[in-house]
Design a binder for this molecule. Structure first.
Ligand code: NDP
Ligand code: 8X3
Length: 252
């Protein structure tokens, strides 16, 4: 196993895009894999440890103190994070705004926006000190275009868009690259979470679409990371061939 590989920290590594990205980057990076699900983290560690050094961190991104303590107390072997992939997030519910549930709104703002900031804070302490690094924020087409009932999920991803732009401006003097990747429909556990385990509703999202899968997005993430040092892909939207916009999808 190669020593002194660069270090990538991935949030939401336990499912979907984050899990695919963990596998995609395992040949190139030592990995800090973050998630809530301890069993799944152990499974990933067992599987990926044959390819690279793996450290797992168990936290809910909404718990600021826990996130800060766990990332900032990483030992010398792990603390110099080169690449941060802010991926953890979900949609909760798909309701007209006047019918939306407060707990769904809280979950999306707390996870997708505040959680991303909570993870970024201790990593930025490291990257600004090191005067280098690359932050990849997973936005969404939902952070570029509104769609009916998208309201608060879209708002959370529009916020990610603003945060990515703000990071890019403020971190410019520290030689830190900031990239945002905005996928369209990706078949992961996303819709099961959004529809609270309703399989029929979840499947209908991808019906007739031939959607993206986690591996497609992971390959784009790898491409963005592996551009030459003088190149930064600042913002990239990735859609299935059959998707033209948030609302225009050719279902055959
Ligand atoms: P998944 O549901 O498959 O994965 C989401 C990941 O985020 C899981 O590992 C999940 O962990 C983690 N996560 C969620 N909430 C928290 C939390 N509070 N604390 C820590 N981890 C958490 O969905 P995707 O892979 O599709 O989603 C990944 C990202 O991609 C999200 O930011 C999503 O908004 C974005 N995205 C997804 C698209 C899609 O169509 N699928 C399209 C565009 C963007 P756990 O299993 O413990 O909940
Ligand atoms: C996920 C894509 O269109 O379901 O961010 O909001 S969408």
């Amino acid at each position: 196993m190669e020593k002194n590989k660069k270090i990538a920290l991935i949030t939401g590594a336990t499912s979907g895009i984050g899990e695919s990205t963990s596998y995609e980057l395992a040949n190139q990076f030592s990995l800090i894999l973050c998630g809530r699900n301890t069993d799944k983290l152990k499974e990933l560690e067992a599987s990926l440890s044959t390819k690279t050094k793996v450290k797992t961190l168990q936290f809910d991104v909404r718990n600021q103190q826990d996130v800060y303590e766990k990332i900032s107390s990483l030992g010398n072997d792990w603390k110099n994070i080169d690449v941060l992939i802010n991926n953890a997030g979900n949609a909760h519910g798909l309701d007209f705004i006047h019918e939306g549930k407060i707990e769904d709104w809280d979950m999306m703002i707390d996870t997708n926006v505040k959680g991303l900031l909570y993870v970024s804070k201790p990593v930025l302490d490291i990257m600004t000190k090191n005067n280098c690094g690359h932050i990849i924020n997973i936005g969404s087409i939902a952070g570029k275009e509104l769609y009916p009932k998208g309201n608060i999920y879209c708002a959370s991803k529009f916020a990610v868009d603003a945060i990515s732009q703000g990071m890019r401006i403020d971190l410019n003097k520290f030689n830190i690259k900031v990239s945002q990747i905005n996928p369209g429909l990706v078949e992961t556990n996303f819709s099961m979470v959004r529809f609270k385990d309703d399989e029929d509703k979840s499947k209908s999202v991808y019906h007739g679409v031939d959607p993206l899968v986690g591996d497609d997005v992971a390959k784009v993430i790898s491409y963005v990371i592996n551009c030459p040092e003088n190149v930064n892909i600042s913002d990239i939207t990735v859609l299935a061939k059959s998707q033209a916009s948030s609302t225009v999808v050719n279902r055959g």
